[in-house]
Design a protein. Structure first.
Length: 108
């Protein structure tokens, strides 16, 4: 009889993981304050509340796919999703990318 051993959880999802950045990321990709920016149609604002939403905007909805701040924001947001950096750092990078793209920002 073949006995199947359960797989260990992926790194960062282990309850014994003592890395404070990963622990924070595991519990919340949500930002303390959302970022509202004009993305797409003029006068229509998108309320971005989490790192996941920021990645979606950066990868799929951004008006230009070039720029240093954009590249940095993509990298930092993905690192935040992996639990390597805090979500607030991802939020700040997202705002810098929006400023670089000359997007209108309502909240910071």
């Amino acid at each position: 009889m073949l006995r199947m051993e359960p797989k260990p959880p992926p790194k960062g999802l282990n309850s014994n993981d003592n890395n404070p950045v990963r622990q924070h990321a595991m519990h919340s990709f949500w930002w303390d304050r959302s970022v509202q920016l004009e993305l797409g149609d003029a006068g229509k604002y998108r309320d971005v509340k989490s790192t996941r939403e920021a990645v979606e905007c950066l990868m799929l909805r951004w008006p230009h796919q070039d720029g240093r701040a954009l590249a940095a924001a993509k990298r930092v947001c993905l690192q935040a999703l992996e639990g390597k950096v805090k979500t607030e750092k991802a939020r700040r990078a997202f705002i810098k990318a929006a400023e670089e793209a000359h997007l209108s920002i309502r909240s910071q």
